[in-house]
Design a protein around this ligand. Structure first.
Ligand SMILES: C[S@@+](CC[C@H](N)C(=O)[O-])C[C@H]1O[C@@H](n2cnc3c(N)ncnc32)[C@H](O)[C@@H]1O
Length: 157
């Protein structure tokens, strides 16, 4: 399993339990997790998910593309709407491009979405690359947040 935008490690802990001792979870974040998580089946890489050496390291740690790709990555917001939207779109584009590298055919994706028509369009296009996809607003999300996720299964490759 791959977890993009993994700091400080909440999802990594859940993912580690989900894959069990014989599975493997590789996380990526700009921020290093300090102190490192004491989980034998987890590797956290400090780096930018859009950088080729980081992707290569993910694939090498995992031994190939993953069955499940999680992405909770979010850019640093400036409060300037146009800048923030551009950063969010660039991140979604990077993730859409990465799916074919990091996910094996038949695999599943859970990705956090941003609140803009452009992000909705990008998510729709991403969803079409899977057999089934749906939008989710988890009950655990903070009240009043615009947070939503795309859950897609059966990656067509
Ligand atoms: C909401 S936090 C993730 C929380 C995490 N899911 C957890 O359970 O602890 C979003 C993270 O995305 C990371 N991020 C944003 N852009 C990134 C990029 N280009 N490469 C790697 N990580 C990125 C940020 O550094 C931030 O730590």
């Amino acid at each position: 399993m791959v977890d993009l935008g993994c700091w400080p490690g909440g999802w990594l802990q859940v993912a580690a339990a989900a894959v069990g001792p014989t599975g493997r979870v590789v996380g990526v974040d700009l921020a290093p997790i300090e102190p490192p998580l004491d989980l034998a089946n987890v590797v956290a890489i400090a780096g930018d998910l859009s950088q080729e050496p980081v992707i290569e390291r993910v694939l090498s740690e995992l031994g190939g593309p993953a069955e499940v790709l999680l992405c909770d990555a979010a850019p640093k917001l400036t409060g300037v709407r146009a800048t923030d939207r551009a950063r969010e779109e660039a991140l979604l584009e990077a993730i859409a491009a990465l799916a074919a590298r990091l996910l094996r055919p038949g695999g599943a994706l859970l990705v956090k979405l941003f609140d803009s028509p452009e992000a909705d369009a990008a998510a729709k296009a991403l969803g079409r690359r899977f057999e089934r996809s749906q939008g989710l607003r988890p009950e655990a999300s903070r009240k009043g947040t615009s947070e939503k996720y795309l859950l897609a299964r059966g990656f067509k490759g």
